[in-house]
Ligand binder design. Structure first.
Ligand code: ZN
Length: 257
C-alpha cells in the first residue's frame, strides 16, 4: 500500500513546492516509469494544465450525478445540449454527467487507485496520468445515461443506448466532439462517453482557447464525430504541462495570501 501512497504524496508535494512545472514522472505514474514521446505525450496522452478555479462554473441544474464543474465559456453550449436532449420526450432526463473537471491531484488519485494487475501503461489505456487528462482543462465531460439499462457507466455498451446515439448525431452541433473514437491512434480505448468542447465554430466565444489547447490532439488524432474539419498543424510546440495555473497560496503561521 505504501508504494501507492508515496507517489501520490510526491505528486501533491511537487505541485505545492513547484507549481509551474510538471510533476515528476514517477509521481504521475504511481511509482512506475515511462518516457514522454517527442510530442510531449506520456503513454499516449497529451499534457494539459489545470484550469484556474475562477474559470469553473457549475453544470446545468439536474445534469450532474455528482459535482460537475465546467469551463465558463462551455456552459452556454452545454446548457443548449442538455435542453435539446431533454426536449425529446423519449430521452427526457436521461443525459447526465458522470465526471467533468478533475484537477491534477484528483486525476492522480483516479490514475493510481488500487488495481491489482495493472502497470502504468495498462492503466493509461483507460485513464490519463496526472497532468495529461482532458478533464483537467474543464472542457471535457464523461456523460452517463439514466436509467442505465444494465450498462455500467464508462463502458462501451453505452453506445447502444438511444441517448448515446442521439449524442453521436447531435453533440457536434453544440460544439462537442468525441475525443477517443474506436481505433484511435493514441492507444486510448474507445470512450463513447467522453466528449470535449471546442465550440461550434472557430470564431464562437471561447472556442479559440479550447481549440488552442486541443490543437495537437485534434491535428494528430482527430475526434469522431468531430465538430468540423481540423487544420493539420506542422511543428506543433510541446505545451507546458501546467498552463495558466492559478498561483498557489503562500501560507505563514496558518494565514494564506
Ligand atoms: Zn473522460
Amino acid at each position: 500500500m505504501l508504494h501507492r501512497v508515496i507517489p501520490r504524496l510526491g505528486l501533491a508535494l511537487a505541485l505545492l513546492v513547484c507549481p509551474a512545472v510538471a510533476p515528476p514522472a514517477w509521481a504521475q505514474l504511481c511509482g512506475d516509469t515511462a518516457t514522454p514521446t517527442a510530442d510531449g505525450r506520456l503513454l499516449g496522452h497529451f499534457p494539459y494544465g489545470d484550469v484556474p478555479g475562477d474559470e469553473l462554473v457549475s453544470a446545468p441544474p439536474g445534469f450532474a450525478l455528482n459535482t460537475c464543474m465546467v469551463r465558463r465559456e462551455m456552459l452556454p453550449d452545454l446548457s443548449r445540449l442538455v435542453a435539446a436532449a431533454n426536449g425529446d420526450p423519449a430521452l427526457r432526463g436521461q443525459l447526465r454527467a458522470l465526471s467533468c473537471h478533475r484537477g491534477i491531484i484528483r486525476q492522480g488519485d483516479v490514475f493510481c487507485r488500487p488495481r491489482a494487475d495493472a502497470d502504468a501503461a495498462t492503466r493509461a489505456i483507460s485513464v490519463a496520468p496526472a497532468g495529461h487528462s482532458e478533464h483537467t482543462t474543464g472542457y471535457a465531460i464523461d456523460f452517463a445515461v439514466r436509467p442505465a439499462h444494465g450498462c455500467p457507466d464508462a463502458e462501451g455498451c453505452m453506445a447502444a443506448t438511444p441517448m448515446a446515439r442521439w449524442l453521436l448525431a447531435n453533440a457536434p452541433r453544440y460544439g462537442f466532439e468525441m475525443s477517443f473514437p474506436g481505433g484511435n491512434g493514441q492507444n486510448v480505448k474507445w470512450e463513447p462517453w467522453h466528449w470535449r468542447w471546442v465550440g461550434t465554430a472557430a470564431a464562437a466565444p471561447g472556442a479559440a482557447r479550447a481549440r488552442f489547447i486541443f490543437a495537437a490532439a485534434r491535428a494528430r488524432f482527430p475526434a469522431h464525430p468531430a465538430v468540423d474539419g481540423v487544420t493539420i498543424l506542422r511543428n506543433v510546440p510541446i505545451w507546458p504541462t501546467v498552463v495558466n495555473a492559478p498561483p498557489f497560496p503562500v501560507c505563514k503561521k496558518k494565514k494564506c495570501k
